[in-house]
Design a protein around this ligand. Sequence first.
Ligand SMILES: [Zn+2]
Ligand SMILES: [Zn+2]
Length: 383
Amino acid sequence: MQMNNIWVDGTYWAYRMNSRYLQERQYYEDTYDRQTVEEARRCMDRYKKACTEFEKKLPKNDNINRTGNAILLNILYMQVVGNELLYRYENRDSNIAKRIEIDRAKDKRLSDSRLTDEPYCQHCSKQGLRIIDKMLLYKDKYDPNMPEEVLFMLRCPHCKKRSAFWEDGNEWKSSPTLCPKCQTEMDYKTSETKKVLIFTYTCPSCSHSYEDKTTKAHNKEKTDPNYNKDRAHFCLLDNEFRNRLVKSRHNIEEMAKVGKEYIEKEAEKPIYDAIQKMKRPKIAELAILLSPELEKAGFIEFRLDKPEVGKDVIIGFSCLDNKSERNDYDSERILKKTIKKVLSDTNWRLMSDGIHYRLGYLSGRIRAYEREEELKDLVRKTK
Ligand SMILES: [Zn+2]
Ligand SMILES: [Zn+2]
């Protein structure tokens, strides 16, 4: 049956059109719009079903047309239908451009393809076959993630029969259609009318015969009386309708944003409370805050340098270790620990460049945190 499939699925038309994939732009626009209409009709079915469910669940004294309900239904409509229509409208051009590019690339792939070795006729084994067509097909099975491969159709000038070879030189093999009565391989003929493609299978052994008809894809749209009306509607050709959808989407997004901000604010309330409670000593107060605690830990003559005021306020400090038995490592460690502890409930922190020690003289830097984002981070880290 594989042989048949090649001719009856979309590729049949590729064959008919001499394997050229690239079409007029109108073709892509029509295809895209048809898909939009089909998708939109499915969405509308889902929406109508959801509306019915919604109405059933309303209390007896409520009315589906009440403003509150109408707002809910509009949100439902946007989620199920409206957003999809806008998405397809807004991506129409880029999608069409992409499809055109794919087909252009397919044509190029076809025109660049060559058979490296001269093939032998599959029927009479002679050479001198003429290429009558090329097409792109999946070699083993349909897999949209894999590239298609080029199949060459050739005609033998000696026996007039056709052969087919893949670009890599491998023969194309059909899985034969077997007679359902005696299992002999069936012969077949193709014929076509305006609307259908007919395969007539005949068994050479027992003469059993049957027909296989396939409707040509082209004729489908003629039997869709609502298509033009639906196309105009779902493809958003009406400015007023389109603008209304854009506005609805915007309003719903805004509502969601406000809700999200509210929830975030609630979640961050403890952090804001902690920032409120945080002490913010002035520079003059820092020495008063630190000196007594440092003296208790054995550090004297605590001094602050002149502050560096840039994007942040940074102040250098120094003091002397008053405990002669303490080594440099312990001295640095205890000073660090003491300063961290004293500053922990303020907006000041010891800077990460650490403490320098030389012959009992210690120095370092502290900085103030003032911006809201920094203060939030500080609270989160302290916790
Ligand atoms: Zn031949
Ligand atoms: Zn038979």
